[in-house]
Every structure is written in structure tokens, then in C-alpha cells.
Write a protein of this length. Structure first.
Length: 56
């Protein structure tokens, strides 16, 4: 029984985490200017490429 309770709490925390993340991204999307998003996207792509090139 304890395992099921822990498993349900883990699932609940994951679902709440996803809801909070989506809410946060929605708030950022509506408040930040477009150029900031392009800047963050570009930096993320550079970091991803750097990681894949040097560490994978």
C-alpha cells in the first residue's frame, strides 16, 4: 500500500510540475518581447550544438 501511495504522490508532483512549467512559459510568452525569445532560442541552439559536438 505504501508503494502505491508513493507512486501516486510522485505522479501528482510530476503533473503539478508540468502544469507550473506550462504556466510559467505562458506568462513569459505574453510578457517578453519577441527579440528576447529569438535570443534565448539562439543561445539554446548554440549550447545544444556545443554539447552534442564536444560531449557526445
Amino acid at each position: 500500500m505504501a508503494f502505491r501511495t508513493r507512486n501516486r504522490l510522485s505522479l501528482l508532483s510530476k503533473v503539478l510540475g508540468i502544469i507550473l512549467a506550462v504556466g510559467g512559459v505562458t506568462i513569459l510568452l505574453t510578457t517578453l518581447p519577441v527579440w528576447v525569445w529569438f535570443l534565448l532560442l539562439g543561445m539554446g541552439m548554440i549550447a545544444g550544438g556545443w554539447y552534442l559536438y564536444f560531449y557526445r
